[in-house]
Design a protein around this ligand. Sequence first.
Ligand SMILES: CC(C)(COP(=O)(O)OP(=O)(O)OC[C@H]1O[C@@H](n2cnc3c(N)ncnc32)[C@H](O)[C@@H]1OP(=O)(O)O)[C@@H](O)C(=O)NCCC(=O)NCCS
Length: 207
Amino acid sequence: MPALPTDTPTLTGDLVELRPVTAPDVVRLHALMRDPEVGRLTGSVHDDAEPTGDPWTVEQLQEVYARWADDTDRVVWAVVDLGTGQVAGEAVLLDHDPDNASIGFRIWLGGARDRGLGTEATRLAVGHAFDVLGLHRVELEVYAFNPRARRVYEKVGFVLEGTKREALRYADGWVDCHVMGMLAQDWRRRRDRGSPAPGTTPPPPAR
Ligand SMILES: CC(C)(COP(=O)(O)OP(=O)(O)OC[C@H]1O[C@@H](n2cnc3c(N)ncnc32)[C@H](O)[C@@H]1OP(=O)(O)O)[C@@H](O)C(=O)NCCC(=O)NCCS
């Protein structure tokens, strides 16, 4: 299977748009990364006292995102909240393995949580992996202390495949890390069953 194309498409849903990251977006992402919940739930810090946000300056981070934009093993999007027009976080397909037609996924939103944005952004990214890139498998990792993210991934169609025990040290304890995966046939089956397609609002429940 060939490398990924370097042009990052814009994917538009009802609540969010996924689009290539621009240099001004990085200024906002740099600030959003300082959200303590993002630091904790992505495993970037190891206790509540550790400062969140990466150690890079905005300029260094802009160089990182510019490099990522040229990478052929990842697709990096800014997640734009269409309600405010503001960048709310990032969604990334990464570690493309062409021989096995598989790729990883990660997402974070700074603020703007619990309004459905993450679910839709995940559906859009995963739909791109299967429907456009033609991949066979998408996988991700989620810490056991993050039931919200796990719920989002299950809603989209990921299933628990295994658990890396005590993979993260946090404060005085250890946190398990769950590995979740979805296959192209899982995605198609859900689509054919009428699960909401990316960017569509599900119909109201029948009375
Ligand atoms: C994880 C994340 C992307 C989810 O996006 P979001 O926009 O907040 O999530 P949504 O609003 O789309 O959906 C949240 C779902 O989780 C549920 N939920 C919220 N808190 C929950 C909890 N403590 N336990 C179980 N479910 C929970 C909500 O009810 C909702 O499910 P529903 O639609 O069935 O009611 C976002 O919260 C985030 O970036 N968090 C911080 C960083 C992070 O955790 N990144 C993921 C690392 S694996």
